[in-house]
Design a protein around this ligand. Structure first.
Ligand code: MRU
Length: 329
């Protein structure tokens, strides 16, 4: 099952004309619902509402979105430019959304067919990256933690945030298949519960033994010796190694440092952003207060920055970057 894909019009009259299909992540875990997205406005709404979310999946959504735009605005250059801009900026923090859209948009002068081919390439590269990270990450976890470690993860980094198997959760799945995992603690990930709703749903489907913990329990569980390593994903990795990821990541990094545990970030090369020097240069998405409470005003930053000196290693599909040894992305 793919989280997001392009579906070609089965009538056969439209060449490779079609639409995007994606799993509606707002309906999980209660319902496995597939959304059919046929316009740029529908895609932007799906991205903003988090029906599709997670950095790599957003990159694919951005690229397929430009393929939609190329057809929808074929005779309207100003409308096309505005549509590409709307896709790129639908959410600000994950680098993949804008970079996926820009990659496909670079092919616009060659027509809709070329744009769709490029979007397929973005999709296929994300699938291949996930597979490479799963193996590379599983090997690093085994090397650092020994046999059958207990891992803690935050937010959702599974197939739902990529196209097939995920980033950090792909590593968890690989360790599980190898019989090299004792169990997982998944943080709830407030306020929208990507951990309790989505990670828990994926781990249960894979048959991985897991428990959900409230976000604030993570550092205490580490201090009490119930965790061997923290493993999670990223929305953007800066040139200095700062890791921008779901709010709560920084607190888990501090907990890991205090407990002397490896803090591992698993993300594709498409999430490494050499053009951003450090975390302070990244726009952190502020989401509505209503996601937190209807009773009082609230502040709701959706992501945070984990300083590079708290990160043990970054695992990508091509490299292991040992920040603890002074290496840089
Ligand atoms: O707001 P979201 O759900 O899009 O945030 C997603 C995350 O922060 C994930 O941890 C991140 O994209 C890593 S997925 C490789």
């Amino acid at each position: 099952m793919r989280t997001i894909d392009w579906v070609t019009d089965a009538s056969g009259h439209g060449g490779d004309a079609g639409w995007i299909e994606l799993i509606d992540q707002t309906a999980l875990p209660g319902e496995l619902r597939v959304l059919r997205i046929a316009t740029v406005a529908e895609l932007v709404a799906a991205i903003r509402s988090l029906a599709v979310r997670g950095a790599p999946a957003l990159g694919v959504a951005g690229a397929f979105g430009v393929a939609l735009a190329a057809r929808q605005f074929a005779a309207d250059p100003a409308g096309l430019a505005a549509a590409v801009h709307a896709i790129e900026t639908a959410r600000p923090t994950a680098v993949n959304l804008a970079s996926g859209a820009r990659r496909a948009a670079a092919l616009l002068p060659r027509g809709p067919h070329a744009v769709l081919r490029e979007a397929y390439a973005v999709r296929d590269e994300e699938i291949a990256s996930s597979e490479a990270m799963a193996v590379r990450g599983a090997e690093l976890v085994s090397e650092l933690c020994g046999p059958r470690p207990r891992l803690l993860t935050h937010c959702n980094t599974g197939g739902l945030c990529t196209v097939t198997i995920g980033t950090a959760l792909g590593v968890v799945g690989e360790l599980h298949r190898r019989g090299a995992l004792a169990g997982v603690i998944a943080s709830e990930t407030r306020p929208l519960l990507q951990g309790a709703r989505l990670t828990a749903w994926e781990l249960a489907r894979w048959g991985v033994e897991f428990r959900v913990a409230v976000d604030s329990a993570g550092p205490f569980l580490m201090a009490r010796g119930e965790v061997d390593a923290v493993i999670l994903g990223a929305d953007r990795i800066c040139a200095n190694g700062d890791v921008v990821n779901k709010i709560g990541t920084f607190a888990h990094a501090l907990g890991a440092r205090r407990a002397g545990l490896p803090f591992l970030v698993v993300a594709p090369e498409s999430t490494v952003d050499p053009g951003t020097p450090g975390g302070s240069a990244v726009e952190i998405e502020d989401r509505g207060a209503d996601e937190v409470t209807a009773l009082s005003d609230a502040v709701n930053p959706a992501f945070d920055v984990t300083p590079h000196d708290l990160v043990t290693a970054i695992v990508t599909d091509r490299r292991v970057i040992r920040l603890d040894r002074g290496e840089k992305p």
